[in-house]
Design a protein around this ligand. Sequence first.
Ligand SMILES: [Ca+2]
Ligand SMILES: [Ca+2]
Length: 282
Amino acid sequence: MRHTGPNSDPGVSRTSVELHSGVSICPPVPEPSLCSSNNLGTFHSPIAGGRAPPCGHVSQLSVCLAQGCTYKPVHGSALQLLDEAQAGVRKLKAQLGNLSAAYGEIQIRLDNVSAAYGEIQIRLDNVSAARAAVQGRYSYLLTKVSRGWTFFNGNFYYFSHEKKPWDEAEQFCVSQDSYLTSVSSHAEQEFLSSKTHGEAHWIGLTDQETEDSWRWADGTEYRADASRGFWAENQPDNYDPKKDGGEDCVHTEPRKRNLWNDVKCTQPFRWICKQAHGQAGL
Ligand SMILES: [Ca+2]
Ligand SMILES: [Ca+2]
């Protein structure tokens, strides 16, 4: 059998292929191949030594493929480019997935860094506040010392050079955010004694409200048994209650190793103020 076709375009081969026994042949292509002209690829005939017609109309190409022609896209063809583009898209999608994962991890790390920064900021604020507090306390301590106060065992003490009755001395101490001193230990008694320099000083012990019911001006509990060793011999004696109501205020007696003696509250003596630990803020 022989196929012939029109030859409207001499630049395009219009091959007529003889049918050999047992081998099919692609049909002739009436028009120049779009595939060839578009350089999409090449059809190959199953005939030995033969050549498939160039790509033509879709219907003829379908017939050719049905008869065993194979198609091989040329390098750089649109189909290959499409394959490469699809491969590129898949690669980009994969990379996008990786980027998304990396972005998520970076976001988590940023959140962690942000949280750590916040914690550090809080600690810095605490350190700044503590530093300001220490500076404030240091400044307060310097001010107290410059005004004649002495620091001992967590408390500030003020030893006056003036002399006043007990009530006025107590008013002075209160005006300085303190009280006439209490004495709670032998160490404190010895410290006070060492600072009185042979002068009697009021301390904050009185029984003005109720005779023989002693109380400390600063609210410290008076303990008779623990205080017994601080009293001078035969004191307190509330001497001569018939004359001016007896003795209700206590001073240190320098002639008796600065031990305590009750005397009349209206007598003028030097005095000792104490600003306790809590009041001193230290
Ligand atoms: Ca008394
Ligand atoms: Ca007395």
